[in-house]
Structure formats: structure tokens, C-alpha cells
Unconditional design. Structure first.
Length: 236
């Protein structure tokens, strides 16, 4: 990787244009996802509007306490909503099934996923979601927002898998800009890339919940109004 490569925010994309029922599509310039932003990043060409006006940083407290968020400004508000604890991030995970990690987020951080939904539904857009790689924590949170809006599971899995096209750049960025991980390289979850069976398990958990996705959200603290606002914003 060259210095120029490292100055480009990897795994960044606008989640507009995904298919919905009756030939509709999700709206552009509402929801973005990416890997870890870094100081000195070049202005990205992957999205039309930049910087995002709202950022949801899904990393653990220790990860985001190491430096001021590079996108924090008078024009961009950063919300810190941890989906994994410091201990969960630091724990040895070689061989751990990504499916178990993801389902653990649903079990242990369901209320925080609802917080992500609330921010996405009400804060100024575009809204950017990121963690370190923009794959696991971001993958679960983005899947929640897409499924809530009515995007079909196959299309959610396809978006999730597209992260694999960016993994070389993602790994290089984490190695350079995330020393708080305490390793010479990203953890085993990142080295494995996106595993479709893992996000499929999350989607199955939501879809088999009594009453479906929206009932799962309500069981974890979401209001009908928050769900309505997000659907209107992203699909209207």
C-alpha cells in the first residue's frame, strides 16, 4: 500500500439505490458505511456529499478514546455507540465463529442497536456508520437499518459481502491507524473478511422473532415513531 492509498477512506459507500418492494429504491445521501476514518484523509470520491453531517462510531470506548474523531467539527456531530466492549474487542478470538460474535451483539447490545436506529432516523444526514474495518459491527448495524426499511435479506448479504473487495486497504489502514488494538495486525475477525453465513444468522434471528424485525426493535426499546421516521427518511 502506498501513502496515497492510505489516505483514501476504504470500504466507503452510499447505501442508496438498494431495491425495495414495488420497484422502489432506498434513497441516496441518507446512509453511508465505511472503515475507520483517519486524520488527513483525502476527500472521497465514492459518495456525492461529504463530510457526513452525522457520524455513528461503533467502536469500543478504549478504541475511540485514543484521539479526537477526525470528522468531529462544527458541521459534523459524532455519536459514540459501542457494540462491543473493550474486553470483547481485546479478547483472543482466533477461530471464534463470526456468527457467534454477531449474535452476541444482538444479545448484549440490542438497546444500543436501537440507539443507532434512533440517530439514523432523527439526526441530520447523511449519516455515516463505521467501526474499525467497517465489516462486523458496522455490518450488523447496517443490516438492522436496511432490514427495518424493507431491504430483502439477499440484498443485505450482497452489500455485506462487498466489503471483501476492500479488505487489503482495510487491513493496511487498521495496522497503521488503530494501534489501540494492541496488535501488529488486525484481529482474526478482520483477517477472515466478510463471512455471509454470519450476517445470514443475524437476519434469520430478526425474521424469526415473533412479529418480525419491527417487533424485535420494539422489544429492545424502539418506538413506532422512530421506526416510522427511519422508513420515511430512507425510502420516501
Amino acid at each position: 500500500m502506498t501513502v496515497t492509498d492510505l489516505e483514501v477512506l476504504p470500504n466507503l459507500r452510499d447505501l442508496g439505490g438498494l431495491p425495495l418492494a414495488e420497484g422502489r429504491r432506498t434513497r441516496a445521501r441518507v446512509l453511508y458505511r465505511s472503515a475507520l476514518p483517519a486524520p488527513g484523509d483525502a476527500r472521497p470520491t465514492a459518495v456525492d456529499e461529504w463530510p457526513a453531517r452525522t457520524v455513528v462510531d461503533l467502536r469500543s470506548p478504549r478504541e475511540f478514546a485514543t484521539r479526537v474523531h477526525p470528522l468531529q467539527s462544527e458541521k459534523t456531530a459524532v455519536h459514540q455507540i459501542s457494540l462491543l466492549s473493550d474486553a470483547e474487542v481485546a479478547a483472543p478470538n482466533q477461530g471464534a465463529r463470526l456468527a457467534d460474535v454477531y449474535l452476541g451483539i444482538l444479545t448484549n447490545a440490542g438497546d444500543r442497536l436501537v440507539d443507532v436506529l434512533r440517530v439514523a432516523a432523527t439526526a441530520p444526514g447523511p449519516v455515516l456508520l463505521h467501526c474499525a474495518a467497517g465489516k462486523d459491527r458496522t455490518g450488523v448495524a447496517v443490516a438492522l437499518l436496511l432490514r427495518t426499511a424493507g431491504v430483502e435479506p439477499d440484498d443485505i448479504v450482497a452489500d455485506y459481502e462487498s466489503t471483501n473487495q476492500h479488505m487489503d486497504a482495510v487491513v493496511a489502514r487498521i495496522t497503521r491507524f488503530a494501534p489501540e488494538l494492541g496488535q501488529a495486525h488486525p484481529n482474526d475477525r478482520d483477517l477472515r473478511g466478510a463471512v455471509p453465513e454470519a450476517i445470514e444468522g443475524v437476519l434469520a434471528r430478526w425474521d424469526t422473532h415473533p412479529g418480525g424485525m419491527h417487533a424485535w426493535l420494539r422489544a429492545h426499546g424502539a418506538t413506532d415513531e422512530t421506526i416510522r421516521l427511519w422508513i420515511a427518511r430512507f425510502t420516501g
